[in-house]
Design a protein around this ligand. Structure first.
Ligand SMILES: CC(=O)N[C@H]1[C@@H](OP(=O)(O)OP(=O)(O)OC[C@H]2O[C@@H](n3ccc(=O)[nH]c3=O)[C@H](O)[C@@H]2O)O[C@H](CO)[C@@H](O)[C@@H]1O[C@H](C)C(=O)N[C@@H](C)C(=O)N[C@H](CCC(=O)O)C(=O)O
Ligand SMILES: Nc1ncnc2c1ncn2[C@@H]1O[C@H](COP(=O)(O)OP(=O)(O)OP(=O)(O)O)[C@@H](O)[C@H]1O
Ligand SMILES: N[C@H](CCC[C@H](N)C(=O)O)C(=O)O
Ligand SMILES: [Mg+2]
Length: 487
């Protein structure tokens, strides 16, 4: 068991009271998970303030309390540690508790509005294919080599991040590729982590409900780069005008990738079809199985990260050429001459990119029918924008439900409809039931047509009022296409 004062190494302390040599059985930030001998870290959250649960935590067996504000009455047998920032303290404590695994494994964090899962998944697949033992922390799944550990968040909480890294090190992993969501950066879920490098993919409209303004959202991403150590690399998308902002106060080695501007890792799209991408990189022509111009950026980010980690460019390109990427990202299902594409586009930029990619490869008068919704209890301002993009780029659009969470799906759909004009509504239908919406899209389509089902990608559930009901876009559209094209 670890001793409290060792776990607090490098935590900035305001005051302490009680036994600092106390053994700690575990670090817990949720009073409901406290066990005998736990150190309970009280964090002010978005819903409640963890400080309100200090007495409950003590009743459940916590012997150490880490907090920003000391409770009015103190229990004599308990050790109290006052800190300026308990979320940050949690990260550093978790790292110490698990013996600082990031000192023993090269961790690369990817941030950006879109492309994080794609980039980390490609990196993980690349490293495993090149013979390394590697870990992955992503929206879709966490992995230690090929063993899957289900993911609940894009970036796990601070204790889980360190516990997972410990497991990776113990199982011999030399590298870990992880997503750093803006929520996680602000909430200090990655405090205490030593990074070998960080990658910035892009920044566009999302999560304004949480960050308040676009500036605050940019600052959240920038914090990752501000805190990088000197010996790490900072690799940014040079074509994104916020890329250079990320590097403003960054001590790490600055590196760029780009398609349009000059860059350390520069690529050029030679061909872009529904079969894949051909890119020119350093006078070499390479074919990739990834679809869409936006994936050229993801591939360049992957190449850059791997080279900066010490890999040989030619081997990286050769291996990357055969790799498929993450589930639910431009998944193509062709049955009976109809092509369905399941994609996780849930932001305006992602939807625009995916639709433009499809339109770029349409050859004749085939229809493009889009089925799309927006998530509940998330950024409301992206709803009308996504609706407008869908209508502008498709022959027909069916608005439907995504994960309504605790909102009324019809309210979300009304927010979407507000984004389109009366004449544009002629191109649209609103069908709340997602299965019915997909079925209707299939009924409308003829041989050669393309159906885009956007927003949920790999998700195999629909979250309604706190309950996750099984729902898998790819499964549903396959079943309906098979049924309909049989008749
Ligand atoms: C809005 C948000 O990010 N919330 C995250 C946050 O919770 P919170 O601040 O709301 O916590 P809270 O409920 O107010 O509670 C405050 C504190 O009191 C504690 N508590 C609470 C109740 C109790 O009885 N006892 C107790 O001790 C809680 O454990 C917590 O420490 O911290 C929790 C622990 O790390 C996260 O699980 C939780 O994620 C929620 C479930 C969530 O939906 N988050 C999404 C928005 C998210 O994080 N998404 C990003 C990806 C976004 C993207 O890029 O697309 C992700 O990384 O997954
Ligand atoms: N580099 C990119 N630029 C713009 N759009 C992209 C890019 N890469 C992927 N996309 C689009 O965004 C969607 C989400 O991609 P991905 O899952 O890789 O992003 P993410 O950043 O992990 O998202 P999340 O924040 O939800 O975890 C994809 O399904 C695709 O439509
Ligand atoms: N990581 C994103 C995922 C959104 C996926 C979409 N299907 C939705 O439910 O809004 C979020 O939590 O905002
Ligand atoms: Mg992701």
């Amino acid at each position: 068991m670890k001793v409290l004062k060792d776990i607090l190494y490098k935590v900035s302390l305001t005051s302490t009271m009680g036994d600092m040599e106390r053994a700690v059985s575990g670090i817990v930030f949720d009073s409901r998970k406290v066990e005998d001998g736990s150190a309970f870290v009280a964090i002010a959250g978005t819903q409640v303030d963890g400080h309100e649960f200090i007495s409950t935590a003590i009743e459940k067996g916590a012997t150490t309390i880490i907090c920003e504000t000391l409770p009015a009455s103190l229990v004599s047998a308990i050790t109290y540690v006052q800190v300026a920032n308990s979320a940050k303290a949690l990260g550093i404590m978790a790292a110490n508790f698990f013996d600082n695994p990031s000192d023993q494994i090269k961790v690369v964090a990817i941030t950006g509005t879109n492309g994080k899962t794609t980039t980390v998944t490609l990196l993980h697949q690349l490293y495993v294919a090149m013979g390394y033992s590697a870990g992955l922390l992503s929206t879709v799944e966490n992995k230690i080599n090929e063993t899957v550990i289900p993911a609940t968040h894009t970036t796990p909480d601070a204790v889980s991040v360190q516990a997972l890294l410990r497991k990776m090190v113990d199982e011999g992993c030399t590298h870990c590729f992880m997503e750093a969501s803006s929520h996680a950066i602000v909430q200090e879920r990655i405090a205490g982590l030593k990074l070998a490098g960080a990658v910035f993919t892009n920044i566009t409209h999302d999560h304004l409900d949480y960050h308040g303004t676009f500036d605050e959202y940019i600052k959240a991403k920038k914090k990752l780069f501000d805190e990088l150590p000197k010996n790490a690399f900072a690799l940014i998308n040079g074509d994104d005008k916020r890329g250079l902002v990320m590097l403003q106060n960054c001590k790490a080695t600055h590196q760029t990738f780009a398609l349009k501007s000059s860059a350390d890792f520069k690529g050029k799209i030679i061909s872009n079809t529904l079969e894949g991408l051909e890119l020119e990189i350093n006078n070499k022509l390479i074919w990739f199985r990834m679809i869409g111009a936006f994936n050229a950026y993801n591939l360049l980010g992957v190449l850059g990260a791997a080279v900066l980690l010490g890999e040989e460019e030619d081997e990286v390109l050769r291996t990357l050429s055969g790799i498929r990427g993450a589930k639910g990202r431009f998944d193509r299902i062709a049955i009976g001459g109809i092509i369905a594409i399941v994609d996780y586009a849930h932001t305006p930029d992602a939807l625009d990119n995916v639709l433009k990619t499809i339109n770029g490869v349409r050859t004749g008068n085939e229809q493009l029918i889009t089925v799309v919704g927006c998530g509940g209890n998330r950024d409301k301002t992206k709803r009308p924008v996504m609706a407008k993009i869908a209508v502008a780029e498709s022959t027909k659009v069916i608005f439907t439900s995504d994960n309504p969470r605790f909102e009324d799906p019809m309210d979300i759909l009304r927010d979407m409809q507000a984004g389109i004009s009366l004449t544009e509504t002629r191109k649209t239908l609103t069908i709340e039931d997602r299965r019915e919406a997909i079925k209707t899209a299939v009924m409308f389509s003829q041989k050669g047509d393309i159906i885009l089902i956007a927003g949920k990608g790999h998700e195999d559930y629909q979250e309604i009022k706190g309950v996750k009901h099984h729902f898998d876009d790819a499964e549903v559209v396959t079943e309906i296409l098979e049924q309909m094209t049989k008749n």
